[in-house]
Write a protein that binds this ligand. Structure first.
Ligand code: SF4
Length: 334
């Protein structure tokens, strides 16, 4: 289906092939572009875009970016900025923000454009069934139980979906497309040139994590994480998954690489260079997955141990931690 997209459409849906081509044809190499007059205008907009991804509630709709060339370019530069932070958490937040933004625009969109955007991403808005393989790929990161294949009606190799669910799947698809390839492999020289912006965004991410989880409180750690720390302290060799779960959890609640290394330092056979390498790898510097595993995954790997009453209502160690901290803080106030 051919359709004419104007500049505003390209700015609203900057992940489309047409928008990418538009940006590529006008910017050329990214370093040269960032040194150009337009590049200097775009850069603060791109940083603001990443900040908005971290603090979406603080975005004033009246001040949101105008739909123009700058907006198309700032999408591309924002991806460069988050890549230079080398933090998957930042990249993931940008992807979620862009997906939410585009999904909101699509709600009031001209039906033909809406259908075109969806189709460009491999989704047919009118379809009430999706081939199983496509469905499984689409819901891979959706945690809600209702998306699990066992809870769906599957007939002749296709999964039945509702009208509103197709919208949700489209949003998820946008998130995957925006997040795909992030972090990009940006040359160190370019990241160095962008350092003031990178430092500011890294600080903003820490602020966001602090806002979400508050100061680190080891007494609120879930039993599984406490057990992993005890094992490290006792000098027990953690399995790869155990090391990953512990590092990712600590990274997710806001510990820096150095602070995480300090936890591993409790091990009698501690080796700083190996630990720093592993921690940086898991924290996302090499583009690996960073989110701490869910309770279901912990169970699969035999890492769900010493479950307590609070565990019964939790599906993720991070939710446990958030709830337990909240309980502890409330107790102190009483
Ligand atoms: S239920 Fe979840 S939070 Fe509790 S110990 Fe098991 S994995 Fe950890």
């Amino acid at each position: 289906m051919g359709i004419d997209l104007d500049l505003k459409d390209l700015a609203r849906y900057p992940f489309l092939q047409e928008s990418q081509t538009f940006a590529r044809d006008r910017t050329g190499s990214i370093d040269t572009f960032l040194e150009s007059q337009v590049g200097k205008i775009v850069l603060p907009h791109a940083a603001a875009r990443v900040r908005a991804a971290l603090f979406p509630d603080q975005v004033d709709q009246d001040e949101s970016e105008p739909l123009s060339e700058v907006s198309i370019f700032s999408y591309a530069v924002a991806r460069v900025l988050v890549s230079c932070t080398k933090d998957r958490m930042m990249a993931d937040r940008l992807a979620r923000y862009e997906a939410a933004r585009a999904a909101a625009a699509l709600q009031d969109e001209d039906p033909a454009i809406r259908a075109y955007v969806a189709q460009s991403l491999g989704i047919d808005l009118d379809a009430r069934t999706i081939p199983v393989t496509t469905y499984v790929e689409l819901v891979a990161r959706l945690r809600d139980d209702r998306w699990r294949l066992v809870n769906r009606q599957v007939r002749e190799g296709a999964v039945t979906v509702g009208t509103t669910e197709v919208g949700e799947l489209l949003r998820e698809r946008i998130r995957v497309v925006v997040g795909r390839d992030l972090p990009l492999n940006v040359p160190t020289s370019l990241c160095d040139a962008l350092k003031p912006y990178i430092d500011e965004l890294t600080a903003a991410l820490r602020e966001k994590t602090l806002e979400e989880f508050g100061e680190v409180d080891e007494t609120s750690f879930p039993p599984c994480i406490a057990a992993l720390i005890n094992a490290v302290t006792a000098g027990t060799n953690l399995s790869h998954m155990g090391r990953f779960a512990l590092t990712a959890f600590l990274h997710n609640i806001g510990l820096t690489t150095t602070q995480i290394a300090e936890v591993f330092q409790r091990a009698p056979d501690f080796d700083l260079s190996i630990t720093m390498y592993q921690v940086e790898h898991i924290s996302g510097r090499s583009g690996t997955e960073y989110t701490a595993p869910s309770c279901a995954t912990m169970r699969t790997y035999g890492l769900c141990v010493h479950k307590n009453a609070l565990c019964e209502t939790m599906s993720h160690p991070l939710s446990y931690y958030r709830r337990k901290k909240w309980q502890q803080e409330n107790k102190k106030k009483e």
